[in-house]
Design a protein around this ligand. Structure first.
Ligand code: ADP
Ligand code: MG
Ligand code: ZN
Length: 464
């Protein structure tokens, strides 16, 4: 809702780079951060006479995304999208146009909102232009540097239906989508590095009225700026309407520092891309066997993992469920989903009913483990006590005297243990890896379990 009571309508276009070893149509390495213009060849530089060869793994990852988003995977073809831009050496981009590989899916947000997925198609990325100068933008730049390493990197563009109703919902959608993309192994989901890029289409309307004219907002490089950009853009449009004006369809640029959107190009300047079928590539039609193999290879998606988590934890309130949801949906939350799942699937599941755990306590405990305040062994011990007493993990850890011992104390203990077991030490040094566990066990005994096993092994390797 805007300040004047209009409803915000948002549809998102999300580009994700695929985590393949090589580019979409050539054997050049697909890697972020390499020396500029080192991963290039005649194909991705668009030199005359070169021919594209489709990357099988990229297709597989696109199918994985389509499957995870419950899309129909269809026979598809590639088109050339023609336009001139210095970072695109071929002067056209190979993309899927009216016959994309994935259509008609949906994504369910943690709060139950269902968002339609119109399509998720394959295309190639462009190179990257860096404008050197004070603003970092084209205007006022002294020079422009072009890096073609990214030209031809495989992308999937995921287009949502205009089903989102606020900046917060847009953020929740990208958070969930990112978790799904990471779970499929298709993407590393890094918005800051540009491997996940979000364009927001925003309009406003009287609640219940037909959709209004939309503007597309670009250049948000964090979840926070996405939310801010949508909120700002909706208010800007609402103000236009309140002043008796009409919203013009245009592309706008999010200016993070100024906290507002500014016009980039209007509808009149919109490109005519002259799409035509790419004559150098065959139609793509994954058969049922291949589709089934991709589906079978997928791990459980975040939503399913959350359901397991909530079920194993027993009855939880809505607030607790949201908290659990944030732990497994948001990798920057400090607790890796893998850790949360492992602890819940093993330790919590083994407790049996009834137990006195609640979601917020478990989340707090896992955060302590993720920070390194507790070792894995200590975490399990605290979890047992929480299940029995229903107390806070902080209080239990303090009462049990569980802090990990410091580096100096650990070093001294390890030296003493080695001195007391010279035979074992000699065998370990000669390559008997099994003895590492023996030493870890001895150190644990000496320290009452307060040592970090990984640190002990690191100490052994250093002394070897
Ligand atoms: P185009 O091909 O011009 O990009 P699409 O119909 O494919 O247009 O829509 C692109 C995006 O815009 C989609 O994510 C869609 O949900 C969104 N969208 C379409 N109409 C509106 C609207 N009125 N308000 C907000 N978003 C919209
Ligand atoms: Mg579009
Ligand atoms: Zn190449």
């Amino acid at each position: 809702m805007t300040a004047t009571g209009l409803e915000t309508v948002v549809g998102l276009e999300v580009h994700t780079e695929l985590k393949t070893a090589t580019k979409l149509f050539c054997g050049c390495r697909n890697r972020f951060g390499d020396e500029p213009n080192t991963n290039v060849c005649p194909v991705c530089l668009g030199l005359p006479g070169s021919l594209p060869v489709l990357n099988r793994r990229a297709v597989e990852l696109a199918m994985a995304i389509g499957t995870a988003l419950e899309c129909e995977i269809r026979p598809s073809i590639f088109h050339r999208k023609n336009y001139f831009y210095p970072d695109m050496p071929k002067d056209y981009q190979i993309s899927q146009y009216d016959e994309p590989i994935n259509v008609g899916g949906h994504l369910t947000l943690p709060d139950g909102t269902v968002v339609g997925i119109v399509r998720a198609h394959i295309e190639e990325d462009t190179g990257k232009t860096t404008h050197v100068g004070e603003t970092g933008r084209i205007h006022g730049a002294d020079r422009a540097l072009v890096d073609y390493n990214r030209a031809g990197v495989p992308l999937v563009e995921i287009v949502s239906a205009p089903d989102l109703r606020s900046g917060e919902a847009a953020r929740a959608y990208v958070t969930e989508l990112r978790a799904i993309l990471v779970a499929t192994g298709a993407s590393d989901g890094r918005m800051e590095e540009g491997s996940l890029r979000v364009d927001a289409n925003v309009s406003v309307r009287e609640p219940g009225a037909p959709f209004g004219t939309r503007c597309e907002v670009k250049n948000m490089n964090s979840l926070r700026s996405l939310q801010r950009a949508v909120e700002h853009e909706a208010e800007r449009q609402a103000a236009v309407v309140a002043a008796g004006g009409t919203v013009e369809q245009e592309t706008r640029h999010w200016d993070e520092d100024a906290g507002r959107t500014v016009p980039l190009r209007s509808k009149e300047e919109a490109y005519d891309y002259r799409y035509f079928p790419e004559p150098d590539l065959l139609p793509l039609a994954p058969d049922a066997t291949w589709r089934a193999a991709v589906a079978a290879s997928l791990p459980p998606m975040p939503r399913a993992r959350r359901a397991v988590l909530v079920e194993r934890l027993g009855t939880v309130t809505d607030a607790q469920r949201d908290q659990v949801a944030s732990v497994v949906a948001d990798d920057d939350g400090g607790v890796a989903p893998q850790l949360a799942l492992a602890r819940v699937a093993n330790e919590v599941a083994a407790l049996g009913d009834p137990h006195r755990l609640d979601a917020s306590g478990v989340v707090a405990l896992l955060a302590m483990e993720a920070r390194g305040d507790l070792s894995a062994t200590q975490t399990k011990a605290v979890l047992q006590r929480m299940a029995e007493t229903g107390e806070d993990p902080d209080a239990i850890a303090a009462a049990m005297g569980l802090e990990q011992i410091g580096e100096d104390a650990l070093d001294a203990t390890l030296d003493a243990v080695i001195a007391a077991h010279t035979d074992e030490w000699a065998r370990y040094r000669e390559g008997d890896e099994k003895l590492a566990q023996f030493f870890v066990g001895q150190v644990m005994r000496e320290t009452g379990g307060k040592a970090d096993g990984k640190a002990v092994v690191a100490g052994l390797v250093r002394r070897r």
